[in-house]
Design a protein around this ligand. Structure first.
Ligand SMILES: [Zn+2]
Ligand SMILES: [Zn+2]
Length: 256
């Protein structure tokens, strides 16, 4: 059975992606300050938001799978230390799982799983919740299954995993956008490690490179980061000159 707190958190995980999409849609429409630094001066494809909204009905899968494991008796630890450790472990494992599964999705034999998400070449407020059923399933099972196994040996905290999903749904909502609101000097400090909206926009517009989720760590380690990323970030954030074409480069260099 579920506690009231668990039900409340699962409902948040189920609906937060849509709430964030609505927030950014309204912010963008009202030309809010946060949305003014445009990344691509390229229009969305006709019908893109409608297609993404149809895909988004699958977003509550996160909450359904997490809830199913709680219902089966998993993730019962409620202590604060286990919360902190579970949240930290989920963050690290999600980075690793997402990076390698994402690179695998780009293999010709597996691209069918990931193709729907890439139909959005310029990101909208709804792109962050537009995935195929197969992709959501692989993403969620890959994150949750290892923790289900771990729970047999070390008690895992439901709220730690759920908090990671909440953070993911919030950050991913503005990591998929056609604007950048981070400060101009971002890449001279935390941006050396953390990814940005420009970072993931390049993955959508150019189709390869910049595979990471929240960080640049694995892309740098495996040489899959676009070389012109930081120069391009400066052009967009400091010079306020958006890119005019999908494959436009700031400077020539080897593709990842
Ligand atoms: Zn991809
Ligand atoms: Zn994406």
């Amino acid at each position: 059975m579920f506690s009231h707190e668990e039900i409340a958190v699962l409902v948040i995980v189920a609906l937060l992606g849509h709430a964030m999409a609505l927030f950014w849609y309204l912010a963008d429409r009202s030309n809010a300050r946060l949305c003014r630094t445009k990344i691509y001066d390229v229009p969305l494809k006709k019908g893109q938001i409608r297609r993404e909204l149809l895909n988004s009905v699958l977003t509550p899968i996160h909450a359904l799978l997490l809830g199913a494991l709680v219902w089966l008796g998993y993730f019962g630890n409620t202590s604060w230390p286990s919360f902190v450790l579970t949240l930290a472990a989920t963050f690290v494992w999600a980075e690793i799982w997402h990076y390698f599964s994402h690179r695998a999705f780009h293999l010709p034999s597996l691209l069918w799983i990931h193709r729907e998400h890439h139909r959005s070449q310029i990101n909208s407020p709804v792109t962050a919740i537009s995935f195929s059923f197969g992709e959501k399933l692989v993403f969620d099972i890959g994150i949750l299954l290892p923790f289900g196994i771990l729970d047999h040996f070390v008690s895992v905290n439901f709220f730690g995993i759920a908090s990671w999903f909440i953070g993911y749904l919030i950050i991913n909502s503005f990591s998929h956008a056609n604007f950048e609101f981070r400060p101009a000097n971002y890449n001279s400090h935390v941006g050396k490690v953390l990814a940005t909206t420009v970072y993931h926009s390049l993955h959508h517009s150019r189709f390869t490179g910049n595979y990471g989720l929240a960080t640049r760590v694995l892309d740098r380690l495996f040489a899959t980061e676009w070389e012109d990323y930081e120069r391009l970030y400066d052009r967009i954030s400091i010079e306020r000159r958006p890119l005019a074409q999908l494959r436009e480069r700031v400077e020539t260099g080897a593709a990842p």
